[in-house]
Each structure stands twice: as structure tokens, then as C-alpha cells.
Design a protein around this ligand. Structure first.
Ligand code: FAD
Ligand code: MLT
Ligand code: ZN
Length: 462
């Protein structure tokens, strides 16, 4: 360690307390590798500020020492943005939001709440529920993913069709810029056209523009009566058609998730449990509807009118619903249990999904014969997750081939996980040179020394 780095750590110990500057390799280890095991790098330390002022102190000190800061929440990100880069030109420090966990009382009149960036999604959901509200975003990593990380990635998840992604839940934000200055607008006014909307800019900024410390969040009505159905379908085209029709006839449709038989078999192999149907089917759609009264009959009636559905299982009780949801949500860990996957997260115009599903499997086989391709995702947004097992993690030829196909078909290379360090090479191919130049100009203006999450979104400073 250089004398400059040692002196930085001394000053941070003085400001945050020794127990909040973790330098022991065993304590750093879990923070230095991502959830998939594909991305890892070494940090000087993991620091855990407990207030916005301490975050500002960390950023000012790192800026003058030219040390990169990697903001980290629950470390469930899937694009390598929450851990240090493996071959970074400068020393790196992880700034964990672990202590920023304030949950202010819910404002029942506004239907809003202000929370610390380190609050987990599950904690926010429980806090909102206790006050008679729901929260509009939900995803499988709910027990670890934090509100700050979800804003920074503009997380999507399973209820986007009903409430939109994380950006749509944001009413206000508090964040610290690279020079230690604090931007704060938390009064909770949904109608607020006074200048640039910084919450929208920071949503999806992936830790490259500021460290988010608090957020004012919009809540949604709590509809606790739910029914879930797993539908067996002859193919993707039918799944897309049924999801579209259900969206029209069931205004309380909350989720529509697509998966396939190979993924289902993998989930059953790793997680145990019985197949939901007597025979295998080419495609499955998991549907959830919600209401203040039991929506099971409404759902059953809608399904009965749809001849494309080959078979269906319904559940309205909590354990039955959880069993069906597990078949979809456990895809991520089941695929990871097979090895380090190539994880892609593309978005297509919904009507192109059937063609894409056909072509993507062939594209993968052409580049990596024998590779296994697992597909699943959020059908109403045309958001398909692609987990490829086989090619070594460093061989990006399958990623290239799949993302080329995605762009050719008018899609996006990241629907909800972000660009991170994983997809930097594809940002310009997707967004175009003018968009990327505008993004770089914003980055340079807010972080001229390029200390916030370098290597994420952009490969270099130029
Ligand atoms: P981290 O992983 O810690 O960080 C993610 C990014 O945000 C990094 O670039 C980091 O630098 C930045 N960041 C974190 N906190 C801050 C902050 N306070 N200020 C500024 N930048 C910050 N994602 C979806 O969109 N939809 C899903 O359905 C979904 N399901 C998942 C299921 C599983 C099992 C897993 C493991 C992941 C899933 N994800 C999903 C991905 C992940 O949970 C989300 O990206 C989530 O938003 C990350 O939150 P986090 O707190 O773990 O952030
Ligand atoms: C999901 O929808 O399950 C997540 O986004 C995680 C994944 O892509 O595996
Ligand atoms: Zn997803």
C-alpha cells in the first residue's frame, strides 16, 4: 500500500471509526466478488459511513487522494458494477451503504415515505405494509437488494407492468456528488417542475454520478388478496398473445412471467419439488392478479375463455402461490449452480419475442456448440433474461452474438440490470455516439476526476 493510501485510511478511520473501515481480507472478501462469481477485484478497504456527512467526508478524501469509490448496497447487482474492477489503474475503495438504514414514518396523506439508501427492499415492503401501503417494485433479491442500489440500477422486476420501474417510484432524492456537495430534494412533491429532475437522472446512473443516501418513495395501495396461475402453452407466440389478452381483461394483473421447460427442469433438479403438470410443455406463463377481494374467480373465468392455454394450475393460498412463484424466481440460482453463467438481460419489442427466442438459441449454438441457453423473463416488457452455460466466463463471443442479434431486432442490451462493467463494449452500439457523448458530458460535469465507479458505463475517461 502506498503512503498516500495509508494516510487516506487513517483519515477515514478518524472520521468513521476504526470498525467502519474494513481492511481485513476476510471482512472485505464478500464485498469484493459479485453475486454471480464472475466479477471480482481488490479494494483498499470497505468503508461504512453512517450519515450523509460521513459519505461527503469519504468522497472528498477519496477525490483528493485520487482513489476510486465503488458504491455498494446489497451487492446483488448482476453486471459487475458493485465490486472493484479486476485491473483498475488506481486504488479502489468500496463505500457500503450498510449503515444508511433509516426508515422514516410513512406519510399516509401523501402515500410516501423517506428511507435511507441502505434499507433493503424487504424492509421497505414490511414498513409500508404495516402502514397499510404497498411498494410498486418487487424482485427476487428482495432480502438483500437495497433501495439505493435499486435506484442506481433503475431496477425493474416483476410488477413493472403495473407500477413501472424504480424511477417511477421516486419522488425525491438526497445524494452526495464526487466533490462532497450534497443535492437534496425530499419534500415529496409529485408535481415539481423546478429545473432538471435529479432523481430521474440518478436513477440508472449505476454509481457513476453520485452516492445516493436517501430517497422519497411513492407508495401504492395495498392489495393483499392475490391469485397466481401457472399456464402451460404451446409456444412463445401463444404466451405473448395470452399475456396481452389478460392485460386487457384483467386490470388487476400484477405480473406475467415467462419461462421454458428446460429452465423448469433445472429449477426442480436443484430445488426439489414436483413438476406442476403431468407432461412437459414448451412454454409457461406465471400470472398474478391482485385485489382487495379475492380475485381467484375473476382469474379463473378469464383463463377459461382462452383456448390457447393447454393446461393451468391455480393457487390463492399463500403457500400454493409461493410454490408456483419459486418455479420462476429460482431460475437465477439454479442456473448459477451449474457454473458461472453468461448473463444477459435484453429487451425486445414484445411482438418480436417469438422470433427472438427462435433465433437466439440458434445464434448461441452457432458460436458455442453444446452450450445450454436458459430463457426466462418479464413478458409484458419484452424483457428476456438469457443465462448461457458452457463457454468460459472470459470468452465473450456468445455475448457478442446475442447482443448483436438484439440490436439488429430493435432491442436493448439492458432492460433492467444495467450496463455495469459487463456490457460497456455494447453501450455505444445500442445508444449511438451522440447519446454516449451526452452521457460522458454529464459524467465529466459531475465527476471531473472520474472517481465514482470508473469502468462502469464507460471504459475510460476520454
Ligand atoms: P448493488 O449490487 O450493491 O449495486 C448495484 C449498482 O448500484 C452498482 O453499480 C453500485 O455501484 C450502485 N449503487 C449501489 N448503491 C448505491 C448508492 N447508494 N448510490 C449510488 N450507487 C449505488 N434486478 C432487476 O432489475 N429485476 C429483477 O427482477 C432482479 N431480480 C434479481 C434476482 C436475483 C436472485 C438477483 C441476485 C438479482 C436480481 N436483480 C434484479 C439484480 C439486482 O438485485 C438489482 O440490480 C438491484 O437493484 C441491486 O441492488 P443492490 O442494493 O444489491 O445494489
Ligand atoms: C429475474 O428476473 O429473475 C432477475 O432479473 C434475475 C436474473 O436475471 O436472473
Ligand atoms: Zn428480471
Amino acid at each position: 500500500m502506498t503512503p498516500a493510501s495509508a494516510s487516506l485510511l487513517d483519515s477515514l478511520r478518524a472520521a468513521l471509526g476504526t470498525s467502519n473501515v474494513l481492511t481485513d481480507p476476510d471482512l472485505r472478501a464478500g464485498h469484493e466478488v459479485d453475486w454471480t462469481g464472475r466479477w471480482r477485484g481488490e479494494a483498499l478497504a470497505v468503508v461504512r459511513p453512517a450519515s450523509v456527512d460521513q459519505v461527503a467526508t469519504v468522497l472528498r478524501a477519496c477525490r483528493s487522494a485520487r482513489v476510486a469509490v465503488i458504491p455498494q448496497g446489497g451487492n446483488t447487482g448482476l453486471v459487475g458494477g458493485s465490486v472493484p474492477r479486476a485491473a483498475a489503474p488506481q486504488p479502489q475503495l468500496i463505500l457500503s451503504t450498510f449503515h444508511l438504514r433509516d426508515l422514516e414514518p410513512v406519510d399516509p396523506i401523501a402515500g410516501e415515505v423517506t428511507v435511507g439508501a441502505g434499507v433493503t427492499l424487504a424492509a421497505l415492503q414490511a414498513h409500508a405494509r404495516a402502514a397499510g401501503f404497498g411498494f410498486g417494485v418487487d424482485l427476487g433479491a428482495r432480502d438483500s437488494a437495497t433501495i439505493g442500489g435499486m435506484i442506481a440500477t433503475n431496477a425493474g422486476g416483476i410488477h413493472v407492468l403495473r407500477h413501472g420501474p424504480m424511477r417511477a417510484q421516486l419522488v425525491g432524492i438526497e445524494a452526495v456528488l464526487a466533490d462532497g456537495s450534497v443535492v437534496r430534494r425530499l419534500p415529496g412533491m409529485v408535481k415539481d417542475n423546478t429545473g432538471y429532475h435529479l432523481p430521474s437522472l440518478l436513477a440508472g446512473s449505476e454509481g457513476t454520478l453520485a452516492v445516493i443516501t436517501r430517497a422519497r418513495i411513492r407508495l401504492v395501495p395495498l392489495l393483499e388478496r392475490r391469485a397466481v396461475a401457472l399456464l402451460a402453452l404451446p409456444g412463445v407466440a401463444e404466451a405473448v398473445a395470452v399475456a396481452g389478452e389478460l392485460r386487457q381483461v384483467l386490470p388487476s394483473l400484477a405480473a406475467a412471467e415467462l419461462f421454458f421447460d428446460d429452465g423448469l427442469a433445472l429449477v426442480l433438479r436443484h430445488g426439489g419439488g414436483q413438476p406442476p403438470f403431468r407432461q412437459a410443455h414448451p412454454a409457461y406463463l406465471l400470472i398474478e392478479v391482485e385485489g382487495s377481494v379475492d380475485p381467484t374467480e375473476l382469474l379463473a373465468a378469464a383463463l377459461a375463455s382462452m383456448p390457447l392455454i393447454a393446461d393451468a394450475v391455480l393457487a390463492s393460498d399463500a403457500s400454493g402461490r409461493a410454490r408456483l412463484w419459486a418455479l420462476r424466481e429460482r431460475h437465477t440460482e439454479a442456473i448459477n449452480a451449474e457454473g458461472i453463467p453468461h448473463k444477459l438481460d435484453v429487451g425486445l419489442p414484445v411482438r418480436s419475442l417469438p422470433e427472438f427466442v427462435d433465433r437466439v438459441r440458434a445464434v448461441v449454438q452457432a458460436v458455442a456448440p453444446g452450450a445450454r441457453t436458459y430463457l426466462y423473463g418479464h413478458v409484458c416488457e419484452g424483457n428476456l433474461h438469457i443465462g448461457i452455460i458452457g463457454p468460459s466466463p472470459d470468452d465473450e463471443s456468445v455475448d457478442d452474438a446475442v447482443l448483436r442479434l438484439t440490436i439488429e431486432m430493435g432491442g436493448t442490451v439492458s432492460a433492467e440490470h444495467g450496463i455495469g462493467a459487463a456490457k460497456v463494449r455494447w453501450l455505444e452500439a445500442d445508444r449511438g455516439a451522440a447519446d454516449v457523448a451526452a452521457m460522458r458530458a454529464i459524467k465529466r460535469a459531475l465527476d471531473p476526476d472520474w472517481i465514482l465507479n470508473p469502468g462502469v458505463l464507460f471504459a475510460d475517461e476520454s
